[in-house]
Write a protein that binds this ligand. Structure first.
Ligand code: SF4
Length: 314
């Protein structure tokens, strides 16, 4: 029996969730508000996570050469030109760790977005070690007027894998930050990378239960991609056999097995990542883009007569 998400798709889909919540299409406007992260500025490390290149996901308007207000304005224009249908917008503070400044500076940054009537909410990407009670109190207040979700990078449930990718925090730290955020009544999201070196497909499937128990609203998955100008790019060049990257067909099979075990209450925002071709070194998915991937995935789920949470045990 498919879980009751209010639509007939086989997973708890983000687009359907938003249509229901806002009554219209919703678009994210990406913003680079000039943050850095403690894994880059020397507070924890200087190298950053081994896969990280923030240029791999930022649209061209999201640059610190533009003010926050200019980025929002340009982002709204970009989406309006592209879709020609009225949308509401979420201010997506995406680049680096978007809570990694003192509270008084965060207030100035986030209040810039509140000046736009088109902005219906906030998506705030950060690390679990960049949040505290004062900041959560502020975001709680903001969440009383706007849709607001704080997205944490978990990346893996395995601490030795996290250490190996130089993530600079443990799974327990991520878990504590998510629980604390949820206790404030703030929506929580998480990001996971599938196929990190040393983490087997079986281990990932065994870890779903840990993820399913977290008080999460939304979740995003990415297959590991090797991006230029990263430590992984250098490692891959020297020793590609140390990586076990998913082919597109392997990933379809794997992610279906994964979400069968996943808590059906979690809204799935993304199954796969798509970095710009000029930055991506591997894997080669023969031009399959995220939207193609989703179509193939849904057809395969139909064929297997399966759905998110089919094998979930509460
Ligand atoms: S992935 Fe996030 S936490 Fe890691 S180095 Fe990049 S910005 Fe910092």
């Amino acid at each position: 029996m498919i879980y009751d998400w209010g639509h007939s798709r086989r997973f708890n889909a983000y687009s359907n969730y938003f249509k229901k919540a806002f009554g219209s299409r919703i678009q994210k406007v990406s913003i680079d508000a000039g943050f850095t992260c403690p894994n880059r500025d020397g507070n924890i490390s200087v190298g950053g996570c081994k896969y990280c290149n923030n240029n791999s996901f930022k649209p061209s308007y999201a640059t610190t050469a533009n003010t926050i207000k200019e980025q929002i304005q340009k982002g709204i224009e970009f989406h309006n030109n592209r879709y020609k249908s009225p949308s509401k917008f979420l201010a997506y503070f995406q680049a680096y760790s978007n809570t990694y400044k003192p509270l008084n500076e965060l207030k100035i940054i986030y209040s810039a977005a509140t000046e736009f009537s088109e902005i219906a909410g906030f998506v705030i990407g950060t690390r679990p070690d960049c949040i505290d009670d004062e900041k959560l109190k502020y975001f709680k207040e903001l969440s009383e007027k706007y849709y607001l979700i704080i997205e944490y990078g978990i990346e893996s449930c395995n601490n030795s894998i996290l250490k190996n990718i130089n993530r600079g925090h443990t799974f327990e730290q991520a878990s504590e930050a998510i629980i604390k955020t949820a206790e404030y009544g703030i929506k929580t999201g998480a990001h996971l990378i599938m196929g990190l070196p040393g983490e087997s497909r079986d281990e990932l499937l065994q870890s779903v239960n840990k993820i399913s128990k977290l008080p999460l609203n939304n979740i995003k998955f990415h297959q590991l991609q090797i991006i230029r100008d990263t430590e992984f790019a250098r490692n891959y060049k020297e020793n590609p056999d140390n990586f076990n990257l998913f082919s597109s067909s392997e990933y379809i099979d794997f992610i279906i097995n994964y979400i069968e075990l996943l808590n059906p209450k979690f809204v799935i925002e993304r199954f796969s990542g798509e970095s710009p071709p000029q930055l991506k070194i591997a894997p080669d998915w023969n031009g399959i883009r995220s939207r193609d991937f989703l179509e193939i995935l849904e057809k395969e789920m139909e064929k297997r007569n399966t759905w998110q949470g089919k094998l979930f045990i509460a």
